[in-house]
Write a protein that binds this ligand. Structure first.
Ligand code: NAP
Length: 286
């Protein structure tokens, strides 16, 4: 029951209306009997700093950070975990007693969870997008020892910055989305990961849309595994056309639960998080 001692956790992003984190986290919080509530805070891009500073002053225990603030959150923290430092993206913040933030990244482990049992060592991959989630995905693929990790992005300057941060890894390369080379890259790829929000519910594009347009996908073939980080809707247009081609498909729901469980553990220090309860809660919704 919410009472005068209840504190809160929240997701902050733009947009947040698609998010199933409140449903999943509140199910786990209820199961664990914690006096906490988790909700979503929509935040305009220019208001991020003001909102974050305000939250420090009230009974907020921690935050999840989503699109488009994962890189911005990096500059707010007094203390940053080694994995977040490595990828330069934060998806989880915790408030300290002296009103400072500690930050970590639970997306890298979350990302690896659904592909951890597939033998991907020495295989070729493509990551679409060069934002916060792409950083976690690239680190995940480095950990899983893929030989080729090609980041494809629409934005030249963001891509350059991204590649600079991973310059110590020979397997990580980049290419702009309008380069004809993408046909061969897609054809050769064992694993393609979408980290753009194209296809996500309530994102300001058509849900029927494909990342980088229909033509971009003409050389996709059935040997490729297609992993979309989007979980709402569960089957994006990209997953639908990939399944039709005969590809193995993976949606973002397992990653959602795996990263969410790690965040809840970070905020509460509880090791045994009820992931089955979280899964059940989102499956009911999806
Ligand atoms: P982000 O930091 O804003 O990055 C988004 C990336 O997508 C950027 O590279 C951006 O390019 C690109 N992009 C945006 N609109 C595009 C468009 N119309 N065409 C082509 N590229 C476009 O966001 P994020 O935090 O990485 O999140 C990305 C997606 O991953 C979201 O849908 C999010 O829900 C999902 N996600 C899911 C999980 C999960 O647990 N399943 C976890 C994390 C993220 P520019 O740099 O040019 O803007």
């Amino acid at each position: 029951m919410i009472d005068s001692k209840t504190s809160f956790l929240a997701l902050i992003g733009n947009p947040v209306e698609h998010s199933l984190s409140p449903i999943m986290q509140n199910a786990a919080i209820k199961f664990l009997g914690l006096n906490l509530v988790y909700f979503a805070i929509p935040c305009k891009n220019d208001d991020f700093q003001i909102v974050i500073d305000g939250l420090k002053k009230i009974n907020c225990k921690g935050l999840n950070i989503t699109i488009p603030f994962k890189e911005k959150a990096f500059n707010l923290c007094e203390e940053i975990s080694p994995i977040a430092k490595k990828v330069k993206a934060i998806n989880t913040l915790k408030i300290n007693h002296n009103e400072t933030w500690s930050g970590t990244n639970t997306d890298v482990d979350g990302f690896k969870y659904p592909i951890k049992d597939i033998n991907l060592s020495g295989k070729k991959s493509i990551i679409l997008g060069s934002g916060g989630a792409a950083r976690s995905a690239v680190q995940g693929l480095i950990d899983l020892q893929l030989s080729d990790i090609h980041v494809i992005s629409r934005n030249e300057s963001n891509l350059k910055k991204f590649l600079k941060d991973f310059k110590n890894f020979k397997s990580v390369r980049g290419c702009q989305a309008d380069n004809r080379k993408t046909d061969d890259l897609i054809n050769d790829s064992d694993l393609i990961i979408n980290t753009t929000p194209i296809g996500m519910k309530n994102f300001n594009s058509n849900e029927e849309e494909l990342p980088f347009g229909k033509n971009f996908w003409r050389s996709l073939n059935s040997k490729t595994i297609v992993y979309d980080l989007i979980y709402n809707p569960r089957f994006t247009e990209l997953l639908k056309i990939s399944e039709k081609k005969g590809c193995q498909i993976i949606d973002g729901s397992e990653m959602l639960v795996a990263q969410g469980a790690k965040s809840l553990s970070y905020w509460t220090d509880i090791k045994d998080i009820p992931t089955e309860i979280m899964k059940k809660a989102i499956n009911k919704y999806l």
